[in-house]
Design a protein around this ligand. Sequence first.
Ligand code: HEC
Ligand code: HEC
Length: 387
Amino acid sequence: MMTAGSKRAIASALAVAGASLTCVAIAAQGGASGPLLAEQAFKNVQAPALKTISVDDFMLTMGIMTSSLGFDCADCHAGAGTDKVDWAADTPRKRTARRMVNMVQAINRDNFGGRQLVTCWTCHRNRDRPVATLTNFEILYGMPILESDDLIPASRPGMPTPDSIVDKYLQALGGVQRLSTMTSWAATGTSMGFGGFGGAGRVEIYVKAPDQRSTIIRFPDAPDRDASVRSFDGRRGWIKTPLSVLGEYQLSGSEFDGARLDAQLSFPGQMKQVLTNLRTLDPVTINGEGCDVVQGDSQRRTFATLFFEKSTGLLVRTIRFGPSPIGRIPTQIDYGDYRDVNGIRMPFRFTLSWLDGRDEVQLNQIQLNVPIAAVKFGRPTALESAR
Ligand code: HEC
Ligand code: HEC
C-alpha cells in the first residue's frame, strides 16, 4: 500500500529526474571548480539568507520546503518532472515561499536574538496552510500531539550514562579490542530506491579508517543511466546523482559534515571520539523494541541521535541533523540484519532516508581489511572510470 506521503516523495524524485537536461552546464562547472555557492550556481536566488549558502545546503532547503508543506517540487516550480521545467522562473507560490524565508529570518532576529527557533516546520507541519485553531476538543488538556524535541542539551535525569550504552553496543559488536583491528572494509549488495523506482541497483561500498567512505550504485537494468555516487576522501566529498538538477557536485555545507560523520561512524570503535558531549535521552520504541537513545555533537553545528536496541545493545537507527537557514536537515539511517564477519557483527541491511528520497540497501558480502585504492574515495567521475 502506498501512502499519500510516499506518492508525494516519488513524485518529487521524478520531478528531480526530469530536470536532468536543463542543468548540465552547472554540473560540469561544479565538478571542476570546487564547491559553489547557491548564487553562483543558480540564476534567480534572491533571499539574502539563501544566496551565500553552498549548493548542497541550498538543495536541502528545497527539501525542507517540500517536506514542510507536503508539496513536491512541481507545486512551486511549474513543469518540474518534465524537461520543460525552468527552475529560475518565478511562480506565485515560489514568490510566497521566498517571502516566508525572509519572514522566518525576521521572526528569529526580532524575537529570539537570532536563534533559529521558528522554521517552516514550526507552522506548516506537512500542510500548505497552517492550522490556527483548536477544532478537536478530545485533545483539549490532553498530551501534546507532537513528536519529541530534536536537540537535547543534556542527559535526562535518571537515565543510564551514555558511555555505558555505547560500551554495551561496542561489546555486542565484538568488543573494543576486535573493533580496533578493523582498518577498512568493502561490501557489495543491491539497492531499491523509492518503491523500486529506477529498478534495482548494484551497490559497492568502500570504507577506510579513520574517515573515508564511498557508495556507488549502478543500474544494470538501465544501461544509459550513470552510476549514483556518494564519496568522501577525508578532506573532500562529492555527490553524483544522475538525472538530478546538479548532476555531480562537491560538498561544502552540511552534506560535507554528514558525509564525514557517516564515514567515521563506519568504524564504531571511534564513536566516543567522533561524537562529543554525549548525553542520554528518554528511551523510545522502534518496531516494537525498546531502545536506549544517545545524542552527541559532531563538527560545526551537526549532531546525531543514536538508537540502541535494549535487548541486544545493537544500533538500529541514526538520525543526523545539519543546519540550514530555514531549519535543521535530518538524515536517517536504519540498520538491521546484523551478521558475523570475522568475529565482528556488522549490519547487512540499511535504509538511508533524507528529506527527498530513500535508498534501501541489502548487502550480500562484507570483506574486512582489504586494500582499497585511493581513487575509490575521490571525485565520482574519476572513480567510475577507474573501475
Ligand atoms: C514551497 C515552494 C518550493 C518548493 C516546494 C520547491 N522550491 Fe525550489 N525554489 C523555491 C524558491 C522560493 C526559490 C528561490 C529562492 C530565492 O529566491 O532565494 C527556489 C529555487 C530553486 C532553484 C534555483 C533556480 C535558479 O536557477 O534560480 C532550484 C534548482 C530549485 N528551486 C529546485 C527545487 C527542487 C529540485 C525542488 C523539489 C525537491 C524544489 N525546488 C521545491 C521554492 C520552492
Ligand atoms: C509563523 C508561521 C509560518 C511560518 C514560520 C512559515 N509560514 Fe508559510 N504560511 C503561513 C500561513 C499562515 C500561510 C497561509 C497564508 C494565506 O493563506 O494567505 C502560509 C502560506 C505559505 C505558502 C502558500 C501556500 C499555498 O498553497 O498557497 C507557502 C508556499 C509557504 N507558506 C511557504 C513557507 C516556507 C517555505 C516557510 C519557511 C521558509 C514558511 N512558509 C514558514 C505561516 C507560516
